[in-house]
Design a protein. Structure first.
Length: 482
């Protein structure tokens, strides 16, 4: 049977759900079926196109802007998707198969303040768990001593067993949700304390992805923004986290930072009714796109605060492989409500700017570490919409340093006071005799992927979260990952 011959049963399933009498159009592709006729295109993976899967293995629920229409699809996830399960709305309780995100809360610390409203369970190096012998509402300092882990006056074990003298890992499992705090903040999930040498350790929060997102969405979006913008952010943040888990996270003890290096994560105190609802309403949904071989897969779904009217591609910003869904776009004044849509001028003395570039080079082991005093700065390359994507810095010895737009912004902002940081690399540069002037600046952040201020504007204009996402990521589709 051809793919086209298999579509009749999907038409019979979907047409009554359209609700307005218009036909549902099913468009076969070699590895997927596009569904049109709802307010946004989605992808249906037909189990008969992927042999060996169960035709009724899963159901897909997508909320669309046309009222609260629920689209029910019988779906089986193909091999390109990672095996991840379900998580519940608040109070978030993960099932055994739910995807877990490992968030590094603290890095290389020699102590952490632990609060326990109820004595938690703990174990060292995966030994049998025990209950911490502490009173209710205890607060103590956790550190590594000669005998292993020291929790206040209590010794928990885990003394070094290797020649390097590294203590054994410690795990703490809260007895109830929110009853353990790290440096005063309560988080969902459990905690791992992983020694990194020299009596220092990382603090890692293992939490199911939707519980993680509950405080990411609220920290990444402004209070009072439209619920559709919140839903879009939930889907994008979920995609980003799962991508990091399956790529860089596969090679280390954790997946994401708890700050702007990944996504801002605030724990239980940062959760809001709006963020919890956005996560629950979009549970399991991610954004994906076809790779060079035509396989639909998740990608690193970048987002930033304000693109300033012109975004840049992920390839230009971060020297990564080109992904069409992360291409540059001209959105004109869609995000003009942002306080950083226009900014500048900013004047920085050449000596001060040189100090920052040298420090940037030293921290990253780059050639800028040996830079002489900066003589001039020029825009070396722009994208098709006129946004600078490469800068050329020339020092007084004639040495030339070529940096991408993001590298340039990072260098300018290294060791910089808040009063003279570059909000983005979308800016013009003037080289004066004793200073570098940054004028006609636009935007806030790297400007790749979804612009949050654009998302809010589109939501205010009546667009649903599906349209907001697909406008931000050309060629992308929405699919259920778990």
């Amino acid at each position: 049977m051809t793919n086209c011959g298999r579509l009749g049963r999907w038409e019979r399933l979907l047409r009554p759900m359209r609700g307005d009498g218009d036909p549902v159009e099913l468009i076969p592709r070699s590895d997927r079926v596009l569904i049109r006729g709802f307010c946004a295109p989605v992808v249906l993976f037909d189990p008969t196109i992927f042999p060996g899967t169960d035709a009724m293995a899963r159901t897909l629920f997508l909320r669309y802007r046309v009222g609260l229409v629920l689209l029910l699809l019988a779906i089986a996830v193909p091999a390109v998707w990672y095996p991840i399960g379900c998580s519940s709305p608040p109070p978030a309780t993960a099932t055994e198969s739910s995807p877990v995100i490992r968030v590094r809360l603290l890095a290389g610390v020699d102590q952490a303040t632990i609060g326990c409203a109820i004595p938690p369970n703990y174990r060292v190096a995966r030994k049998a768990p025990a209950t911490l012998n502490s009173p209710k509402n205890a607060v103590f300092t956790l550190a590594i001593g000669a005998d292993g882990w020291q929790a206040g006056n209590a010794r928990l074990g885990g003394a070094p067993t290797d020649p390097a003298g590294t203590a054994l890992p410690l795990e703490i499992e809260p007895a109830e949700l929110g009853t353990v705090t790290i440096n005063g903040i309560a988080y969902r999930g459990r905690f791992r304390f992983v020694p990194v040498g020299g009596n220092k350790f990382d603090v890692i929060n293992d939490v199911d992805v939707d519980s993680y997102l509950a405080s990411v969405v609220s920290r990444e979006m402004l209070p009072g923004w439209h619920e559709e913008a919140y839903r879009a952010q939930a889907i994008i943040a979920r995609t980003y986290a799962l991508y990091e888990k399956q790529t860089t996270g596969a090679e280390k003890q954790w997946d994401v930072y708890a700050d702007t290096r990944s996504q801002v994560y605030g724990g239980i105190p940062a959760e809001t009714a709006g963020s919890l609802a956005a996560v629950a309403d979009t549970a399991g949904i991610v954004v994906a796109a076809a790779d060079a071989e035509g396989r639909v897969k998740i990608f690193k779904a970048y987002f930033s605060a304000c693109c300033g009217g012109v975004s840049q591609s992920g390839a230009d910003a971060f020297s990564e492989s080109y992904v069409p869904a992360l291409s540059d776009q001209n959105v004109y004044a869609a995000c003009k409500a942002s306080p950083r849509f226009n900014w500048g001028p900013i004047d920085i003395p050449k000596t001060e700017l040189t100090r920052r570039f040298v420090l940037f080079g030293q921290k990253r082991n780059r050639p800028e570490a040996t830079m002489a005093t900066i003589a001039r700065v020029d825009i070396q390359q722009q994208n098709r919409w006129g946004r600078p994507i490469r800068f050329l810095v020339i020092d007084t010895r004639g040495n030339r340093f070529s940096l991408s737009g993001e590298e340039f912004r990072w260098a300018v902002n290294t060791g910089a006071p808040e009063s003279s940081v570059l909000y983005s690399s979308f800016v013009k540069v003037i080289s004066d005799s004793d200073k570098i002037r940054f004028v006609e600046g636009h935007g806030w952040g790297h400007g790749v992927g979804m612009c949050q201020w654009c998302a809010e504007k589109r939501a205010e204009d009546g667009l649903g979260h599906e349209h907001i996402i697909l406008a931000a990521y050309p060629t992308a589709v929405l699919v259920r990952a778990y």
